[in-house]
Each structure stands twice: as C-alpha cells, then as structure tokens.
Design a binder for this molecule. Structure first.
Ligand code: SF4
Length: 248
C-alpha cells in the first residue's frame, strides 16, 4: 500500500481527543503496546473478515467451528504484542472474547452478502492538503457500509448519526463508485455477560460530508501550525503516554 503522507480518521480522532497524544504518536512516532481490549477488537475484526472475504465468491458462511479456530489462531498471534495489567489474564480475555464473533456469526453473518471487505481508499479530498486514507470494513450487495465494533457497553442510539468514521467511509464510497451509498451501519458486539449485537443505522447527506471536510481541514491546519496541548479527560486512564505527558 502507498505510504505517502496522508490523513486518516484515526489521526483526526486522536487529535480531537487529545492533541498532545497525537503529537507523541504521530509526530514523535512513539508507539505504545496495544491493550488487550484493542487486541480483542483486532482479532474479532480479522475473524469476521476472513469469513466475509471468502463469502464474496462462495455466498456461504464458514462453519462455526472454523470461525472459532480462526479466532483462536488470530488471538494467539496478536496477543504476543499486548500489555496486560497485573489483574488481567489472557485466557480470560480469549474465553470471553470468542463469544462475540460466535454471537455475530450466528445472528448477523447469515443475512450479510459482502461485495467488498476492508476496501482500501486513498484520494484527494479537494479541501485538505493531504489525501485521506483508510479501509472500509465492509460494503454489502445493497451498498450499505458496515463498520464492526466491539464494546463493553451498548452505544447511544444516535452513535451512528454522529460518527465521523462512517462519514469518511460514505465519502470514500462516493469517490470509489461515483455514486451514493444506500446507508451506513454500525454492528456493535457488546461484551456483556450474555453477548449481544447492537445494530445502528443511519444515512449521510452532502451537508454531513461537507462538515467532515471542514473538520479535517481545521485539524490539519492546527497540526501544521504545531498546536499540541494536553486535554485531560476520561481517556487519560488507558493512555500509554501518561509518563511522557507528565514530563511535558
Ligand atoms: S495522559 Fe491524557 S492529557 Fe496526557 S497525552 Fe494522554 S490523553 Fe492526553
């Protein structure tokens, strides 16, 4: 994939959440070990995508036993990178985590027919200096854009209406296909005792896209101007840059 300088939604969100965290991660290039939660989300993504990738051609889901094997293989490979707290246990995460793709595979996968999985995009926005780069989780045969999430709790009902990642995906769809998507949807695997799947659907107007582009341009301008400062918030607790932040 092309590694030319670019903007991504992750970069924009990191900057909006905490400009100093952006500075450590993207300007200084300091990477922190992923949390077990992050590894779990990544593992589930890879598991679902392995199924959906083959389904583009086969139009059939893999058997559940194969899904759990795929999850297990991805987890065992990815978990080596993770940093666990003293009270966290890899086996516990894995046992709990496997229930999420299982619930999704049984409840949602059978009614999804993908045409694209992890579809790469990289294009000039016409507004920002840098191109926008990313991957759309899934586009189905009705041209709904579907983003897979994992969470400890349900999302607010309007979460899909306000999500800038989905707006960026809608813009990317229009660039890729020259046509508007049918809609956008978040499929959230909620890690409750009894795992549940929450689906939140929305649409994007041209006004939403224009607002996103204004946002991207403003963030890009601030980054170029070297505006970096700590934004103490509830996300400080899992932030891997705490020590660097205290020394700033
Ligand atoms: S600890 Fe909080 S304020 Fe400091 S860099 Fe991390 S998120 Fe930002």
């Amino acid at each position: 994939m092309n590694d030319e300088p670019h903007l991504s939604v992750s970069q924009l969100r990191t900057y909006m959440q905490c400009p100093l965290q952006y500075f450590f991660r993207y300007v200084c290039g300091v990477e922190r070990p992923p949390t077990p939660e992050l590894i779990l989300g990544r593992t589930i993504h890879e598991t679902l995508h392995d199924n959906y990738r083959q389904k583009i051609e086969s139009h059939r889901d893999l058997p559940l036993s194969q899904i759990t094997d795929i999850f297990s293989d991805h987890w065992d490979r990815e978990v080596k990178e993770a940093e666990f707290q003293d009270d966290e246990n890899s086996g516990h995460f894995k046992d709990q985590g496997i229930q999420l793709p299982t619930a999704y595979h049984q409840g949602v996968s059978p009614v999804v027919q993908p045409i694209e999985v992890e579809k790469e995009f990289l294009f000039d926005t016409g507004v920002t200096e840098l191109p926008l780069k990313g991957y759309i989780d899934l586009i189905d045969d009705q041209h709904y854009i579907i983003d897979h999430k994992t969470s400890k709790r349900s999302f607010p009902k309007d979460a899909a209406d306000r999500n800038i990642q989905l707006t960026a995906y809608a813009l990317a769809h229009r660039k890729l296909y020259g046509d508007k998507e049918r809609g956008v949807r978040m499929d959230i695997m909620v890690k409750t005792k009894q795992p549940k799947i929450q689906q939140l659907q929305s649409t994007r107007s041209q006004a939403d896209i224009d607002r996103f582009l204004r946002l991207a341009k403003n963030v890009e301008d601030d980054i170029k101007a070297g505006i970096f400062y700590p934004n103490e918030n509830y996300m400080c607790s899992p932030c891997g840059y705490r020590e660097m932040c205290d020394e700033w």
